[in-house]
Design a protein around this ligand. Structure first.
Ligand code: PMP
Length: 464
């Protein structure tokens, strides 16, 4: 038998990992020197590592395990489908039952004007689909010059060449991902970091109107679409001012620009509605989905597409697709996952119960000397760490050092809380209980205390 088992000593697993496994978004040498933490199993909201430590997963894996770990129903759905029909493609004028059932279900859940799905296996691939889709749509409408997509700095839309270009992460684009032609970036609605003396409402309008300025500069006849996350996730859980999205919607309507809501994180209940677009009051033409679609049990992504776009494109071939578009096992798992979310009323739970409880619990951390902002929408939360709350100041020294210190303390205290720069972000599974939220915040406070003490000791609790 050649399988590696959980029973190997941690050091041996780490050595094999260091020798052969290249990790995403990771400094390989630093990781290999420290040794990866090996996660061996999980149940509910808790992970267990190879040393037997229990860790509360405040990030739902990577924003995806909405229904929690250890769901037998999802295992059974996958096993049944693997026996019945493990794979068949959807290219050859063929279809299969799970993909048909899932598409009908997604059409039922999506906003009224959206009743069509194009599948992929990840969020990145789905956004690559969207780039081609909107350009093809406008060509079909007799407006072939409408090709530019406008997106935001510090937005995240994936790691492929298309997704990485749409995203606004210079650290990615500097590494072999020059922005592909026809993408234009405007500034993000990040009031805490960039709002200066404006009120959040004024700032929200100012940032949204950058879209109008860009459209006028590029020319309405050259712009295909605007893409944004209803709430930026990987950029640090940036909750936009209330004025932002209504103004973006007005501008898209006025200039005939398609609106793509990238709901890879916000989709399927995270914000307390089935879609973050509903929470933000917008009417997208396309919605990018992945992650909570299957609660991460198996990879699947897709684009939910308006009737207008789908019917226009239906006239002739759309020469695009992936081997695993609409994979039957992934579709069966997605369908069962959506059934669980619906039957257990997890969206309502996030909106009316654990979401408000989580918000109030996070806000108790505002009395901490280092926490300048503690906010959330549904189960998407953020803490801004600062040496000077009134000035919303950054720390002196390399941005992100404080966040990383805090993340390390969190791990050691049994909590996964992610750092983006010096912001901490939290997105626990929808099944989290009040008691577990209390535990999460207790561990967060302990980690913040340890971070603060460390900074004081090292003379680093100082503004930039
Ligand atoms: N869009 C958004 C908003 C995301 O948060 C992510 C992943 N975090 C992606 C796209 C890319 O998805 P994937 O990693 O599945 O390719």
């Amino acid at each position: 038998m050649t399988a590696i088992t959980n029973h190997l000593p941690t050091k041996e697993l780490q050595a094999l990992d260091a020798a052969h496994h290249m990790h995403p978004f990771t400094d390989g040498n630093a990781l290999n020197a420290a040794g990866a933490r090996i996660i061996t199993r999980a149940k509910g909201v808790n992970l267990t590592d190879s040393e037997g430590h229990e860790i509360l997963d405040g990030m739902s894996g990577l924003w995806c395990v909405g229904v929690g770990y250890g769901r037998q129903e999802l295992v059974d759905a996958a096993a049944r489908q693997m026996l019945e029909l493990p794979f068949y493609n959807t290219f050859f004028m063929t279809s299969h039952v799970p993909v048909i059932a899932l598409s009908a279900k997604l059409a039922e859940l999506a906003p009224d004007n959206i009743n069509h799905v194009f599948y992929a296996s990840s969020g990145s691939e789905s956004n690559d689909t969207n780039i081609r889709l909107v350009r093809h749509y406008w060509a079909k409408k007799g407006k072939p010059t409408k090709t530019t997509l406008i997106s935001r700095k510090n937005g995240y839309h994936g790691s492929t060449l298309g997704g990485g270009s749409l995203g606004g992460m210079a650290s990615m684009q500097n590494q072999g991902c020059p922005i592909i032609p026809g993408i234009h970036h405007i500034d993000q609605p990040h009031w805490w970091a960039e709002g200066g003396d404006m009120t959040p409402e004024e700032f929200g309008l100012e940032r949204a109107r950058q879209l109008e300025t860009a459209i006028l500069e590029i020319g309405e006849d050259n712009v295909a679409a605007f893409i944004g996350e209803p709430i930026q996730g990987a950029g640090g859980v940036i909750i936009p001012p209330s004025t932002y999205w209504p103004e973006i919607q007005r501008i898209c309507d006025k200039y005939e620009i398609l609106l793509i809501a990238d709901e890879v994180i916000t989709g399927f209940g995270r914000t307390g509605n089935w879609f973050g677009s509903t929470t933000m009051g917008i009417r997208p033409d396309i919605i990018t989905i992945a992650k909570t679609l299957t609660s991460g049990y198996i990879p699947m992504g897709g684009s939910l597409i308006s009737d207008e776009i789908a019917t226009t494109i239906a006239d002739g071939d759309f020469n695009h697709g992936y081997t695993y578009s609409g994979h039957p096992v992934a579709a069966a798992v997605a369908l069962e996952n959506l059934r669980i979310i619906q039957d257990e009323k997890l969206v309502e739970r996030v909106r009316d119960d654990v979401g408000p409880y989580f918000k109030a619990a996070l806000k108790t951390l505002l009395d901490h000397p280092m926490v300048g902002e503690a906010n959330s929408v549904g189960l998407m939360g953020t803490l801004a760490l600062t040496p000077d709350k009134a000035k919303r100041a950054k720390f002196k020294g390399e941005e992100g050092d404080v966040g990383l210190r805090c993340r390390t303390h969190c791990f050691n205290n049994g909590l996964v809380m992610r750092a983006v720069g010096d912001r901490m972000i939290i997105a626990p599974p929808f099944i989290i209980t009040h008691d577990e939220i209390d535990t999460l915040v207790e561990r967060a406070r302990k980690s913040l205390d340890q971070t603060y003490e460390g900074l004081l000791k090292d003379g680093l609790f100082v503004s930039a």
